[in-house]
Design a protein around this ligand. Structure first.
Ligand code: B16
Ligand code: MG
Length: 219
């Protein structure tokens, strides 16, 4: 079965690094300026969701209406604050086991792609010092349809020159699991089985995996 995992496609936030906490701080400041409370529970709804869709959800939570121009400005303000946070990201913030797993895959000749909704993905990989471990980076600057649409994973497998059925997607969001499956990939959920139960396999983190354990369970 090892031969059939020719490609591995990784989501970024929640799989390689926890940027959700920085997204949260920046969205919370925006909400405060608009005069309402945005809680961590609300923030859960933004994981894996695009920037403008995240803003739509936040404004819905606050019961705030805004013109398109105002929304564009809010998104820019939020992103500027978020970029301030991620400019200080350190390689030590890579989630446990992620770098080791990427290195193991490379050693075994498995091609690696990123499949993320974030427009800041390339910058984040550079800050973490792991850009070189990816053969292809498909992110929010390259696709327009948000997960659960399969676009990002179809583009990632194509960029690797592989069929989706030869790729395994690693995702922490329910919509991401759906997107991977809709693309025709096998999917490993990273997080809670209660949320990611539809995945072919669910683990708590990449530190629980070896290429062998994956290939055995997906056999
Ligand atoms: P940006 P992923 C997603 O990353 C985040 O989970 C989500 O919270 C964020 O809104 C989205 O990226 C867009 O990020 O504002 O940097 O373009 O999980 O798809 O790697
Ligand atoms: Mg994610």
């Amino acid at each position: 079965m090892l031969q059939t995992m020719k490609g591995a496609i990784f989501d970024l936030d929640g799989v390689i690094v926890d940027t959700a906490k920085y997204h949260y701080l920046a969205w919370r400041s925006l909400a405060q300026r608009l005069g309402f409370e945005f809680t961590e529970a609300h923030n859960e709804r933004l994981k894996g969701v695009s920037r403008m869709e995240s803003l739509r959800i936040l404004l819905e939570v606050g019961g705030v209406t805004a013109t398109e121009e105002e929304r564009e400005n809010m998104a820019v303000t939020k992103n500027d604050e978020y970029v301030d946070y991620i400019s200080k990201l350190e390689p030590t913030e890579i989630l446990p086991g992620a770098k080791e797993y990427l290195l193991e895959l490379r050693e075994r000749g498995v091609k690696i792609a990123l499949g993320s909704a974030s427009k800041n993905a390339a910058f984040i990989l550079a800050r973490l010092g792991i850009s070189d471990l990816f053969d292809a980076v498909i992110d929010g600057t390259k696709v327009s349809k948000a997960k659960p649409d399969p676009e990002v994973f179809l583009a990632a497998s194509a960029a690797l020159g592989l069929a989706p059925s030869d790729c395994i997607v690693f995702e922490d969001a329910e919509t991401g699991v759906q997107a991977g499956q809709a693309a025709g990939c096998r999917v490993v959920g990273i997080g809670s089985p209660a949320i990611l139960g539809a995945a072919d396999l669910v683990v708590g983190g990449l530190d629980e995996l070896t290429t062998q354990s994956i290939t055995k369970t997906s056999n």
